[in-house]
Design a protein around this ligand. Sequence first.
Ligand code: SAH
Length: 491
Amino acid sequence: MIEGREGAPGKVWLVGAGPGDPELLTVRGLRVLMEADVVVHDRLVGVGLLRYIPPGAEVIDVGKRGGCHPVPQEEIERILIDRAREGRRVVRLKGGDPFLFGRGGEEMEALMEAGIPCEPVPGVTSAIAVPASAGIPVTHRGCASSLHIFTAHRRSGGGPIDYEAIARLEGTLVFLMGVSELPEICAGLIAGGLDANTPAAVVERGTTARQRRVTARLGNLAERAEAENVEAPAVTVVGAVAALADRLDWRAALPLRNSRVVVTRSGEAGGRLTTLLRSRGAEVLEVPCIRTETIDAPLPALSGYAWLVFTSPTGVKSFFERLRVDRMDVREIGGAKIAAIGPSTRSALEACGLRVDLIPSAYNGAVLGEALLFATDAPERLLLLRAERGAPELTRVLEGGGADYDEVPLYRTAPLKCDPSVIEALRDVDAAAFASASSVRSFASAYPDVRVRAACIGEETEKAAREAGYETRTAKKATLPDLADAVEAFL
Ligand code: SAH
């Protein structure tokens, strides 16, 4: 049920976006984001989340960018109140948790005073998630039984820091903000009575592909961080738990942990590729590049064909959609055999209750064509159910072998326009994974100034990537795991 709909007054949700990894947004956060009319976000909110914003929503970036000052707090509050008064659903998206040094409380006060309905949606705070991402549990049996979170900025926290009081706490100390204040904090804690040998760590850009960790002792942490050029955003951890980082460095087992990979998302295969790359530790930036449109043309009578040939999961989906629209029944295919170009297409068919009779030894049009020629006898007819202007290799081979085939274009792919909000992020990626030649072409035309290293699913895709001027690696076989291997081959 969608809350705050027409007529009713608007509402503001103060949503915690999590520490950076877009998958660390809560389920409720994602739901309200996907239903938002207006999204007002900070600088630290990753581009990965912005793609869940509905296309028609107004997006306002109130964070600091490239030297410009952030929008003043009173103005942010005014924006929230004004938009909600227009009856809109406003999501105020903040890094981490909205109430931990995020001025969420102030915004809520202003909204309540103005009589605007509002609701906080807690987020995964960087104070806990960033150390965790670096192998540091903030409490640990026998190591630390309490956790204390501070802001290193005095102006955010009030008066001067009482280091003597802090030094007596005997728990894990976590400092947010203020990488530049690190020397002062470390010196203050030691002067306040903490042992200079206390384990300590700084974790920069936690939960992203650019995560870095510097572990040291309290006495030399500031110096080490300076030498490593640590910058904001970073979390500082002081206490015995910091010494666990090497032992609990779970990210070390993930081959793509330091990689930011672009996936040009088109349909369901894009989603599976994203999941696969994330499971190997990559930070995935999904860029929609292709939109598929179903073609509105009736299917021929299906009973006359010995083979139905599918070359993509989208083709399978469109075929069943077509059957429904034409009020046809899948039983009309009778005893026809089914061919699929590769495992993804096969899975899509199996999900619809159709067993696949033929899958080629290599997943491309030419080899599929040869396999079909081998499997058919003279009077048998084939029906190709695929995209408009599908790859020419399949039909070339079929024609060369004298096969009797018809082709029904079920859908067409339309390129999408450039999304300006991702350009900055695209300049800092390690590789892009392409699952089709058309996605390479539409990416290259939407982002002509971006050069990527292209991991390609097969030869056709590789050819398109070379034409676009990209460095390439190609999957051994045309499967998603092999495509993920090709991404790894760049590292
Ligand atoms: N409300 C936020 C904190 C806002 S203050 C939360 O709950 O996480 C901003 C500070 O959070 C940064 O200066 C930094 O100290 C920390 N921070 C946020 N994201 C971070 C990240 N990905 N890696 C390291 N520190 C981060």
